[in-house]
Structure formats: structure tokens, C-alpha cells
Design a protein around this ligand. Sequence first.
Ligand SMILES: [Zn+2]
Length: 188
Amino acid sequence: MNKLQEILDYNKLFVETKEYDKYITSKEPNKKLVILSCMDTRLTELLPKALNLKNGDVKLIKNAGASIMHPFGSIVRSIVVAVYEYQADEVLVIGHHGCGMSNLNVDKIIEKAVQRGISLEVITTLCNAGIDIRKWLHGFNSVEESIKESVELIKNHPLIPKDIKVHGLIIDPGTGKLEVVLNGYEVI
Ligand SMILES: [Zn+2]
């Protein structure tokens, strides 16, 4: 059975047996929190459990590396909407140890893309058009630094109000243990 069919079959049963009942909630985050974290598979269930987050508690934004690529990209846009539309008043940026975006080998990715049929010409054309693929794909050298940068960017963003508390944390993807990098209550 293919993956999609497997999901659809399960889903049919899920709805029919009203499994959704225990997840019913509203669009407003009960804890008035936005979390930006990494798409790492180890965090899918672990992060909410380790932080005691239930359905409806937070706005959860995820990408590769919990990083903000652009001050006016989709991550900050999501945070801005969460703040003004959904009354979120604190932001947690949660990176993790052993992140795939740490010291990413960009050359290897380009090599794999070429092996999968992307022509080198396409890559050259994009570079010539001003898209720096290396910079775009590059992750970070230090998770602490990356988190600090993201926290600063959110705090100093022209569309984020000054009373929003922004915290930076690192989660252990094995144990779920949190480590505070920047405490938004203490930072002036
Ligand atoms: Zn990661």
C-alpha cells in the first residue's frame, strides 16, 4: 500500500470513530505563545510533551534549523499574525543539539541534486540571477549563535511590539531537556 493510501485509510477511521473529540479547541493559543522550532523528526512528539503543550496551547512554527532566513519572510510573517491576530505575547525560539542545519555540507547537497537530475546549468543560471544557493542553503555553525540571532531579529523587528517577550532555548532531542540561552524577562 502506498503512503498516501495508508494515511487516507487511517484518516477515515479516525473521523468515523470521532477520535478528534479530545483535540477540539480554538484558533487562539491558550498559552498566548508562539514557538519557532526545527522540523527535526525527533521533536515531532517530544517537544510538545517535554513542554507540556496540548492541542490549542501554542502557535507552532517549524522549519529546517528553527532559523529566520529573512526579516520579511514567512516565519516573521507567521509571528506577526500570531501576535496581532491571536494575542500571542511571548515567543520561544527553540533550537536543538545535533541539528541537521548545523555545519551543513552545501556542496554535497548540490552534488546530490545534480545526481537526481538537476542540471548544473540550472544552478549556474540561478547563481547568475543573483540567487546565492550556497548562502541560501547554508545552515549555521553554532546553534547558540543562530538562536541569539533569531531572538534579536524578532525583538528588533519594526513590526513586533516592544512588550513581546522573546526567549531563546536549546532542547535536547533525546531527553527533551531545555537549556535557556536567552531569557526574555531578563533582557532589556
Ligand atoms: Zn534541527
